[in-house]
Design a protein around this ligand. Structure first.
Ligand SMILES: Nc1ncnc2c1ncn2[C@@H]1O[C@H](COP(=O)(O)OP(=O)(O)OP(=O)(O)O)[C@@H](O)[C@H]1O
Ligand SMILES: [Mg+2]
Length: 346
């Protein structure tokens, strides 16, 4: 008999690159059945960039999970008295204006009770719970949905980059058991082009998220300024520095230090709040492809800091997917994998 199959495309529309990964569930197995990625031409429309990327690839579905991020996305952790999920949704509508810098009528709200991985959150009374509140400007969601629909795809999930990152890690760990022990505190950092996402998971439960508006493009601008070259030349230099490695290093190191120190402040905040140190740091995103980034971060954090592969041990349809390209770019695919794996909850 044929196994029942269903598919979902994760679509990560970044500031620098667009990425699509299609996952198909065949029985209990998940298989990558399509993968495409391309850089966005700064002068081209984003819709055209997505159409170009998808060209030449065969997808089994039009259904897409995609994500928003940036300053129109507000994530807050609240302490509230215990209540049912229905009551929570209502309570949040009334309370949200205290926490959100936008008009409540302009935002879409979601609230969820936080599971703390079996440990009690610090400082909570017996009748209290921690709640994750997410507010996204309605206009951002509408633009995003419009963009996806305009290229003939069907938006079925709109997520947030930071949550997709966490889902990708949890999904990867499902296939690579024992990679991380359950009780450990893992910080995941995705350095994109214009921003970096930090999330901290304790025993797999999300405890902290922050977006910092520094990323790979800031390294490119620093290199372009210091070395007196055009942005596209600095971009090429980052990828293949050759003999200019020392000059590149001097140009970009202050920016990497700034980013690393900002991230370190978040670790300090977490460690104070939760009275537990961050154990491991996992890096993803195109911004950490420059090896100097991980090396510098490790010195600043004084913790083991490494890139991780969200496609590790995942089955791939080798007839449909360029496996070498997928593996080579795997470090940049955390967010898109976290989106595609929403297939599980379909
Ligand atoms: N091989 C490489 N060496 C150095 N830097 C690289 C390499 N590949 C990509 N980058 C840098 O990574 C950044 C793009 O990363 P990524 O694709 O994760 O960003 P994005 O998702 O498009 O952006 P954002 O998350 O900010 O919306 C760019 O700044 C680019 O210069
Ligand atoms: Mg990104």
């Amino acid at each position: 008999m044929f196994k029942k199959q269903k598919s979902l495309i994760g679509l990560d529309i970044g500031a620098h690159a667009v990425k699509a990964v299609e996952l198909t569930q065949m029985g209990s197995e998940f298989v990558v059945t399509a993968y495409a990625q391309s850089d966005i031409d700064p002068d081209a429309a984003r819709g055209d960039a997505i159409i170009d990327m998808l060209q030449g690839h065969v997808f089994r579905t039009r259904r897409v999970a995609t994500a928003v991020s940036g300053k129109s996305v507000i994530v807050r952790y609240l302490t509230m008295v215990h209540m049912s999920d229905d009551d929570l949704r209502n309570a949040v509508k009334f309370e949200a204006d205290k926490y959100i810098p936008f008009d409540i009528d302009e935002v879409v709200l979601d609230a969820q009770r936080l599971d703390d991985g079996g440990r009690r959150f610090e400082g909570l009374a017996d009748d209290e719970m921690r709640v994750l509140l997410v507010a996204v400007k309605r206009s951002l969601i509408e633009d995003h949905v419009g963009l996806v629909q305009s290229i003939g795809l069907q938006p079925s999930v709109i997520d947030v980059d930071a949550f997709a990152l966490g889902n990708a890690f949890e999904f990867r760990n499902q296939f690579a058991p024992n990679v991380e022990q359950d009780h450990r505190v893992s910080a995941l950092i995705d350095v994109g082009a214009q921003k970096s996402n930090i999330i901290i998971l304790r025993g797999g439960a999300l405890c902290f998220t922050r977006e910092i508006y520094l990323g790979g493009d800031d390294l490119t601008s620093a290199a372009s300024k210091r070395l007196g070259c055009e942005m596209h030349q600095a971009e090429a230099l980052k990828r293949q520095p050759g003999d200019n490695i020392e000059a590149l290093r001097d140009a970009v190191l202050p920016t990497i230090d700034d980013l690393g120190n900002e991230i370190h402040l978040s670790f300090d905040y977490f460690e104070n709040q939760f009275d537990q140190p961050v154990d491991d740091v996992f890096l993803s995103g195109g911004g950490v492809e420059l090896p100097l980034v991980a090396e510098t971060f490790e010195k600043i954090f004084e913790k083991r800091t490494r890139q991780w592969d969200p496609t590790e041990r995942l089955a791939v349809d080798e007839d449909a997917v360029d496996v070498d390209a997928l593996r080579a770019n795997a470090g940049q695919l955390a967010v898109v994998m976290g989106l595609a794996c929403r297939l599980r909850k379909d």
